[in-house]
Design a protein around this ligand. Structure first.
Ligand code: VGL
Ligand code: ZN
Length: 201
């Protein structure tokens, strides 16, 4: 059973948004075109409170993209983005959401960031996504969205560890840092995650 998980295709990650991914909007028509190929389509939504710990604005004397240590782990400090209820947190207006059966929100706890749609960055709390996918009968999980090297990557990695056969759809994802992403693609391929393009589905 083939499921598509669309990660964080939200306005703040688009060109002109507060945490813009280069050419982030390029993937919208590609995602729209492939949704009919899946038995189940779901999405994740980055959904932070205003006082979220990952925002540089909530740390005195710090700048955006600084790295600090939080709960013993490195944390990049981001510009304010995907604040609950704002325009920036909405999905791209041209994204076709009609077929979506569920939206999993993440990053809602102000004390911890959450790149993966499955767990927070400390792997302390689950979103319930594994249980949902298993109950729905998902065997093959296809992932795409923004940013390829952050939330799509960490979601794919967790999905793989949870035992799903994983497919990373390269042309339906865009990275924040394209150099890092080359290495991450190698790592995924090495692990047994298939890196594919949307015409191979
Ligand atoms: C993301 C950084 C912070 C993402 C979310 O969706 O890739 N990146 N929050
Ligand atoms: Zn975020």
């Amino acid at each position: 059973m083939k499921t598509l998980l669309i990660i964080d295709v939200q306005n703040d990650f688009m060109p002109g948004g507060s945490l813009a991914v280069p050419e982030g909007d390029k993937i919208v028509p590609i995602i729209n075109k492939m949704q009919h190929k899946f038995d189940l389509v779901i999405a994740s939504q980055d959904w932070h409170p205003k006082d979220h710990i990952s925002f540089a604005s909530n740390h005195q004397g710090k700048s955006t993209f600084d790295e600090i240590e939080l709960h013993g782990k490195p944390q990049t400090l981001w510009p304010d983005h995907c604040v609950q209820g704002t325009e920036g947190a909405k999905f791209h207006p041209n994204l076709d959401t009609k077929k979506w059966e569920a939206i999993f929100r993440k990053g809602t706890d102000k004390e911890i960031d959450s790149y993966s749609a499955f767990y927070d960055n400390g792997h302390l709390k689950s979103t319930g996504l594994t249980g949902y996918l298993k109950e729905k009968g998902t065997t093959q999980l296809f992932l795409c969205g923004l940013a390829a090297d952050i939330c799509v990557y960490f979601s794919t990695y967790d999905a793989f560890k949870e035992g799903f056969a994983c497919f990373f759809i390269d042309d339906a994802s865009q990275p924040l840092n394209s150099k890092d992403f080359i290495e991450l693609k190698k790592k995924m391929t090495y692990l047994g995650i298939q890196v594919i393009t949307s015409d191979e589905i």
